[in-house]
Design a protein around this ligand. Structure first.
Ligand code: NAP
Length: 283
C-alpha cells in the first residue's frame, strides 16, 4: 500500500484551483503522509528516511530540533518532502499540536509510526517510581497521544495505519528492566487491543517487537546483547512488515522464537533462563 509505485501522485481534492499560496501540502499532492515520532535518531530516523525515499511526505517528531532540521534538509536534498514537528511526546497538547501542524502542511496522516522511546536500567534493589513514570510517559502515553491525534481522521476517511514499536522485552519480565519491560508490554497490548477494535474500519494496526538493534538506546547497555542487529537491517525488516500491513512482526529469529516460547515455559524454567539475560559484562 505504501509503495510510491503503487500510488501515483495526483492532486488531493480541494487544493487544485485554490487561491491559497502553495504550501508543502500543495506540493506533496497525493503522496501518503507519515507522522513519525522518535524521528531524531535510531529506528524512527531510519524509518522516516526509508518512507521518504518511498515517496511519503514525512512529519518528523522528537525534541531535538537541530536533529530534525538536519533530517528535513537531508530528505529534501534527496527530492523528498519532510517537515519538522518538534514536540515532547509526554505532553498531550504538544503532540496534538504537532499532528495538527503536520496535517495542515502535508495533508491527513495515513501512517503513524510511534517510535519515540526511552529506557534505563531499573534494579529492584534501587527502585525509583519516577523512572517508571518517565518511561511509561514516553513509551506508552506518548504513543497513545499520537494515536489519539491521528485516529479520528483515519476513521472518518476509512483509511490509515497505526504502527507501535514494542520490544521483545515486553513479552515477560527481564532482570533490571522492570519499567522498560512493563512499558513495552503495555504498548504491545494497547496496540493489539486497538487492532481488534479497528477491524473492518480500514485502519490497520501493526505491532513491531524488535530484539537488540544498534542505536543510541542500546549504545549505553553494558550487558551482552544477543543477535545485536545493524540499524539498516532492522529498518528493512520493519519496513516490509509495515508495507504488508502485517498485524505483528517480531525479530530476529531465533531470539524472538525463544521469547515467544518463554511465555509458556514453567515459571521456574523461565526465571532460570531470563536471569541469565542481563548479566553485566565483566571489565
Ligand atoms: N534499539 C533497540 O534495540 C530497540 C529494541 C526494541 C525496541 N526498541 C524501541 O524502538 C524505539 C526507538 O528506539 P531507538 O533504539 O531508535 O532509540 P533512540 O535512537 O534512542 O531513539 C529514541 C527516539 O525517541 C525520542 N524521544 C525520547 N524521548 C522523547 C520525548 N519525551 N518526546 C519526544 N521524543 C522523544 C528521541 O528523540 P529526542 O531525544 O530528540 O526527543 C529519539 O528520536 C523505542 O520505542 C525503543 O523502545 C528499540
Amino acid at each position: 500500500m505504501y509503495s510510491s509505485r503503487a500510488r501515483q501522485p495526483r492532486p488531493r481534492e480541494g487544493w487544485r484551483g485554490s487561491s491559497a499560496p502553495p504550501t508543502l501540502r500543495a506540493m506533496t499532492i497525493d503522496r501518503p503522509v507519515s507522522f513519525v515520532t522518535g524521528a531524531s535518531s535510531g529506528l524512527g530516523m531510519g524509518l522516516a528516511l526509508r518512507f521518504a525515499a518511498e515517496g511519503h511526505a514525512v512529519a518528523l517528531a522528537a525534541r531535538r530540533v537541530d536533529r530534525l532540521d538536519e533530517l528535513v534538509e537531508r530528505i529534501r536534498a534527496a527530492g523528498g518532502t519532510a517537515l519538522a514537528c518538534p514536540c515532547d511526546v509526554r505532553d498531550r497538547d504538544q503532540v496534538h499540536a504537532a499532528v495538527a501542524r503536520a496535517e495542515a502542511e502535508l495533508g491527513p496522516v495515513d501512517l503513524l509510526i510511534a517510535s519515540a522511546g526511552v529506557g534505563k536500567t531499573t534494579a529492584a534493589q534501587n527502585l525509583d517510581a519516577a523512572d517508571l513514570e518517565w518511561i511509561l510517559g514516553v513509551n506508552v502515553l506518548g504513543s497513545a497521544y499520537a494515536v489519539e491525534a491521528v485516529l479520528p481522521g483515519m476513521l472518518a476517511r476509512r483509511r490509515g495505519h497505526l504502527v507501535g514499536i514494542g520490544s521483545l522485552a515486553g513479552y515477560g519480565g527481564l532482570p533490571k528492566t522492570a519499567a522498560y519491560s512493563a512499558s513495552k508490554g503495555a504498548l504491545k497490548n494497547y496496540f493489539e487491543s486497538l487492532r481488534l477494535d479497528l477491524r473492518g474500519t480500514g485502519v490497520a494496526v501493526t505491532v513491531i517487537t524488535p530484539g537488540y538493534v544498534k542505536t543510541e538506546l542500546t549504545a549505553k547497555n553494558a550487558h551482552p546483547m544477543p543477535q545485536l542487529m545493524e540499524l539498516g537491517d532492522a529498518v528493512d525488516v520493519m519496513t516490509r512488515a509495515i508495507q504488508r500491513r502485517a498485524p505483528h512482526c517480531a525479530f530476529p529469529r531465533p531470539l524472538s522464537t525463544l521469547t515467544w516460547l518463554g511465555q509458556v515455559f514453567p515459571r521456574r524454567l523461565y526465571d532460570a533462563v531470563a536471569s541469565g539475560v542481563r548479566r553485566e559484562k565483566k571489565e
